[in-house]
Design a protein around this ligand. Structure first.
Ligand code: QAP
Ligand code: CO
Length: 177
């Protein structure tokens, strides 16, 4: 089932999500719905709080060279922890919860993450490049952080300005309908 995406400035996006304790049918349904929702909205990563569930669960499905996403490449990370990181890289990020805004963010170039899979089995992942960016971006959601909070002051102002402009035109649309 496709669920609604929680968008900025909804307060829930700024809450810390709780650890997953039950690796049951409810968790599996949540993960399946997150996948369906992410694909329907043209996303490559999604955290549970983005569908209004405050649990430490996230999914990532990066496209291949042709831009196609394959479900057999889907990553599901439960209760993830970054245990090592190195270097830095800059990537132009976006977020389904901050629609139509993209900007450069600096993050670690390489990370080692420990997490559980959907059945509660311990896993570990060492990665760099875009996947490292995606994991760090989604893990920030679990702690109630959005990529726009990492922008330098002037870029954050630019975002706020564009957001207010969009809000105004959305309100004008409602008035005129
Ligand atoms: C997070 O982002 C991410 O504004 C996932 O109109 C970001 O899936 C991972 C999206 C950067 C790696 C690098 C955003 C779709 C999707 C939008 C997304 C939009 C439609 C963002
Ligand atoms: Co996001």
């Amino acid at each position: 089932m496709i669920r609604d995406i929680v968008t900025y400035p909804d307060k829930r996006l700024f809450l810390r999500s709780r650890e997953v304790e039950s690796f049951d049918r409810e968790l599996h349904t949540l993960l399946d719905d997150m996948y369906e929702t992410m694909i329907a909205k043209n996303g490559i990563g999604l955290a549970a709080i983005q569908v209004a569930v405050p649990l430490r669960a996230l999914i990532i499905n990066l496209p291949d060279e042709d831009g196609a996403q394959h479900k057999d490449e889907l990553l599901e990370l439960i209760n993830p922890v970054i245990v090592e990181k190195r270097g830095s890289q800059v990537y132009t990020e976006g977020c389904l919860s901050v629609p139509e805004y993209y900007d450069d963010v600096e993050r670690a170039a390489w990370i080692k993450v420990e997490y559980l899979d959907r059945d509660g089995r311990k896993k570990s992942l060492e990665t760099d490049g875009l996947l490292a960016v995606a994991v760090q971006h989604e893990m920030d959601h679990l702690d109630g952080h959005l990529f726009i909070e990492k922008l330098p002051y002037l870029k954050r102002k630019k975002f706020e300005k564009e957001f207010k402009k969009k809000l105004k035109s959305a309100k004008a649309k409602v008035r005129n309908s």
